[in-house]
Design a protein around this ligand. Structure first.
Ligand code: WT7
Length: 647
């Protein structure tokens, strides 16, 4: 833990929404009187029917419920568009920056409103109704935001699937939620490389369980020829003929807004379900206060809309606040390592929010590509997705921020809908590597493995003891799994799956996942998913995946593979298995290293002991701990020997 403290710069605090005393006062109020606090905060958005009921939540299994603003009615898209039209009709809502630095586009709130209405009418013309599911499998182009908001406008539930996921992963997500419509593009383009989105959809729709899909709308992104089947139509042809007027549907606060699939420690990815009222209040409030957003800011969150960060801080938070949001199609190092800063100067970006993995990758390229650009418009930096190591934090602060911009290290999850632990930049001094203090209404605690609450400076499992409006409401189609996953480990409390330390100042330091979830370059993957992909290969008998230290990705993927008897462990097979996982899940799941394992360390009851595999992968053979409970301790010796033969 770095003991260095970075004080809030006085000039920043002077103009900020909240200073330290404000934070202390409001935080106390928010936990002492959540009903009163959130009753007031909920009014920041427009309600078609105002709420009288604010919070009705219990994490007790016998009496479980999570409801917020639950007698209110609203429309999320109207909050992101219509209500800005009188004052901000000509203001830029979205700045789109293409993969090719020569391409960009500015879309005003008025134009965005028209495009969303046309898309909503197009969906209606295909028979989509309130509650129906629509899968969005698009690159980072304005149509992605348009499609999400169009769903919200008519009360359809969107499920955005990251364009980097394979056809198989896409098929699983389509079948799980029973989508009737898919919105995709001919191809995506990232870092100059093409991604065959439409072709992946075609393959996905041959999988069992996907016959729910009646229509596919295809956006022309690159213009390549793609086969068009009876169910396929060009997005533009359907949308451009529609009326630019589409009255927003009246939606209950607790009606679903979206499903987003995320990996857990067991089984297939879960459909995290978020609802409308609480989510929007929480996304917009955290966006305004954590990023200290003002009217003339240009806000750039570099995340893809395929992740929750893109949902809450590219689309819903910024647009609900009437802000200007940047949508970036490309990658940090294309055409060169100066791309972020070139784009910052081009669009006069004032708030920049990215992931530690990107910072570490750029750090390796040295200071020149950063210093080449002025970056003087930036006033605040943010980090999200994984713990940021103090070296990367310091570099981000000194080189990117010229030692003058505060950094908000924001801890949260797909499940939480918005940021839960983060400094407020004008209020809370920063320590490199610490997410600092809880946001309003958030009650974190640290417990030991028996669930005993630990006080003061300590370390253990991070839990949340009360609900907040942005919390997920269920796992789509499997409420029992929701309770089982989050509320059973420590009964009556939400278990985050993360470990954390708390220091003498009450600051939180997230230490990473304590379950079988890997955080690889800020992307979440379940070890079970990777293993099940591997064992579906005909030559693999058994597999175990663990995380290993990785300079850029933070955590890399290390897999142990036991082959079917008689199969030879060759370099060609290693390459084949890597490609196999890429094809099964997507490039983000590509193993960094595959080690052949004649056997795996198991307990006598047959459970794989990952703790030992993690140590071997990290080359920490001297810290294997107790191996006496293993069914066959000799297995470990042979794995260590094999590992040590490798540089
Ligand atoms: C997991 C959630 C939150 C949106 C992006 C990831 C890790 C996230 C931080 C941070 C340390 C972090 C946690 C968490 N994480 N932000 N600032 N410091 N760890 O969402 O895919 O649901 O992953 O990301 O381990 O549990 P996600």
């Amino acid at each position: 833990m770095s003991q260095k403290i970075y004080k809030v710069p006085e000039d920043f605090a002077a103009l900020a929404h909240l200073r330290n005393a404000d934070y202390q006062r409001l935080y106390q109020e928010s936990v002492r009187d959540p009903q009163g606090f959130w009753a007031r905060m909920g009014r920041r958005i427009d309600w078609i029917q105002p709420y009288n009921k604010v919070k009705d939540t219990s994490f007790d299994e016998r009496d479980f419920r999570i409801r917020w603003f639950y007698d209110g009615k609203l429309n999320v898209a109207a909050n992101c568009l219509d209500r800005h039209l009188t004052k901000r009709g000509d203001k830029t809502a979205i700045i789109w920056e293409g993969d090719d630095p020569k391409l960009s586009e500015r879309i005003t709130y008025r134009e965005l409103h028209e495009r969303v209405c046309q898309c909503a009418n197009a969906l209606k013309s295909l028979g989509v109704k309130k509650g129906d599911r629509v899968t969005i499998y698009l690159p980072m182009i304005p149509e992605a935001a348009v499609a999400m908001l169009a769903c919200a406008r008519i009360g359809a539930i969107h499920s955005v699937v990251f364009g980097g996921f394979s056809a198989d992963s896409l098929a699983g997500r389509i079948a799980d939620c029973g989508s009737s419509v898919i919105i995709t593009a001919d191809e995506g383009i990232r870092g100059g490389k093409r991604i065959a989105l439409k072709s992946n959809v075609d393959i996905a729709l041959t999988a069992p369980g996907t016959d729910c899909v009646k229509h596919v709308l295809v956006v022309k992104r690159t213009g390549i020829r793609v086969p068009m089947y009876a169910r396929d139509q060009w997005f533009d042809e359907v949308a451009s003929t529609q009326s630019k007027d589409c009255p927003p549907e009246t939606i209950d606060a607790e009606d679903p807004l979206f499903i987003l699939y995320t990996s857990g420690s067991t089984g297939r990815p879960k459909g995290v379900l978020h609802t409308s009222g609480g989510y929007l209040v929480y996304a917009s409030l955290t966006h305004e206060l954590v990023f200290d957003v003002r009217e003339d800011d240009v806000f750039w969150c570099t995340a893809d809309v395929g992740w929750v960060t893109g949902h809450s801080y590219v689309v819903y938070g910024p647009l609900a606040n009437g802000a200007t949001t940047v949508m970036f199609e490309g990658v940090p190092n294309y055409p060169d390592a100066g791309r972020f800063w070139q784009s910052v100067d081009k669009h006069k970006v004032t708030i920049f929010y990215t992931a530690p993995t990107a910072i570490r990758a750029l750090m390796r390229e040295g200071e020149e590509p950063v210093k080449h650009w002025s970056r003087k418009s930036i006033r605040l930096l943010g980090s999200v997705g994984e713990p940021i190591n103090p070296e990367a934090w310091e570099w981000y602060h000194r080189v990117v921020g010229d030692s003058r911009c505060p950094i908000v290290d924001t801890w949260w999850q797909t499940e939480t809908g918005g940021i839960l632990i983060s400094p407020l930049p004008g209020a809370i001094d920063q320590k490199p590597g610490s997410a600092t203090l809880p946001f309003f209404g958030v009650k974190p605690a640290i417990v030991d493995n028996e669930g005993q609450t630990l006080e003061g400076a300590t370390e253990g499992n991070l839990i949340l003891s009360d609900s907040w409006p942005g919390q997920m409401r269920t796992v789509f189609g499997d409420h029992a799994r929701f309770i089982e996953t989050y509320f059973k480990t420590f009964p009556g409390r939400y278990f985050t799956g993360d470990g954390a330390k708390r220091d003498e100042d009450g600051y939180y330091w997230i230490t990473g996942r304590v379950d079988d979830v890997l955080n690889v370059a800020g992307h979440r993957l379940g070890t079970a998913e990777i293993e099940s992909a591997l064992v579906s290969h005909s030559k693999v008998a058994e597999a175990a995946a663990v995380g290993c230290p990785h300079d850029i990705k933070g955590t890399g993927i290390y897999v142990y593979v036991t082959l079917i008897a008689g199969e030879q462990p060759t370099e060609a097979l290693r390459a084949e298995l890597r490609d196999w996982v890429r094809k099964e899940i997507g490039p983000i799941a590509t193993p960094d290293f595959i080690q052949w394992a004649p056997g795996l360390p198991k307990t006598r009851s047959g459970k794989i002991m990952r703790r030992i595999l993690r140590k071997i992968a990290a080359n920490e053979h001297d810290q294997l701990g107790d191996i006496s409970t293993l069914a066959d301790p000799a297995v470990v010796e042979s794995l260590v020997r094999e590992r040590m033969n490798r540089p």
